[in-house]
Design a protein around this ligand. Structure first.
Ligand code: G3H
Length: 255
């Protein structure tokens, strides 16, 4: 712990990359749980990364949540992104509209000057409605586009916080607790060992699809998400993690 407290930002980035097996970790000084400006800077780092890694005619799959929203808000018109198509990673997950992946994909496209597609699929569908919708040609086309994504950018949440924010039924909250869910990423819930313990019925990218992308970018900060980030990144494809100092120190303290 002493060494941890003495570590500078560069050492934290190196430490995270090593323990979570990342290509790159970007650590923003401070704690985004307690400072909006830290979250904004994480957003700026995400927007910069999307610009730096852009390739012509690429597809970028976009997750939901407040942290990806920070990335979207920091995007600026860019010639390198004008041929990019932004596609929501999943359909609706029961979030406020401005936190849904659909909205954030459209916002990124609008800000960067690219294109977007939407996936009009509500959450909590019956099995029949789900199966019918998945067969719709329009949905099939968006799913094909999604599976061709070069880049995925998504947030990671604390399991209980996310389930409560999405007004999940008490039965699901109890199930998540029973199964030891600690982390969440685009609708999937993970336990401490990184196993998926719950997946909703929403339509979109699955974790298996992540292995086909060039670069998976996870963006999540705050000490409260340390366990969630460690769980999700330990098993899922996390190439680049953008986080903050508070989460980085908490993660490195645990391992
Ligand atoms: O899908 C939502 C993310 O997993 C976390 O959302 O960035 O608002 O914490 P957040």
């Amino acid at each position: 712990p002493f060494i941890n407290e003495m570590m500078g930002i560069t050492e934290l980035e190196r430490g995270l990359a090593r323990v979570l097996d990342l290509q790159q970790a970007v650590v923003i000084p401070g704690d985004s749980d307690h400072s909006d400006s830290v979250k904004k800077e994480m957003g700026r780092a995400g927007a910069r990364l999307l610009k730096q890694t852009a390739q012509p005619d690429q597809v970028v799959a976009v997750g939901g949540g407040t942290t990806v929203a920070a990335v979207a808000r920091m995007m600026t018109a860019s010639t390198v992104l004008k041929d990019t198509t932004f596609v929501p990673a999943r359909g609706g997950l029961g979030e406020a509209v401005e936190l849904e992946a659909n909205y954030l994909a459209s916002l990124m496209a609008q800000k960067a000057g690219g294109r977007y597609r939407l996936m009009h699929v509500p959450e909590q569908l019956s099995a029949e409605a789900h199966d019918t919708l998945v067969r719709e040609p329009h949905i099939q086309e968006v799913l094909r586009l999604l599976r061709s994504a070069r880049i995925v950018v998504h947030g990671i949440g604390d399991a209980t916080t996310m389930a409560a924010r999405r007004k999940s039924p008490p039965a699901l909250l109890a199930e998540l607790e029973r199964k030891g869910a600690v982390g969440e990423a685009f609708g999937f819930y993970f336990d401490r060992a990184g196993s998926i313990v719950h997946r909703g019925r929403s339509i979109g990218l699955s974790f298996e699809d992540l292995k086909n992308v060039d670069t998976a970018i996870a963006i999540a900060g705050g000490a409260g998400k340390a366990e969630a980030v460690a769980a999700v990144c330990s098993v899922s494809r996390c190439d680049i993690l953008i986080t903050d100092e508070a989460a980085a120190r908490a993660i490195l303290k645990k391992v």
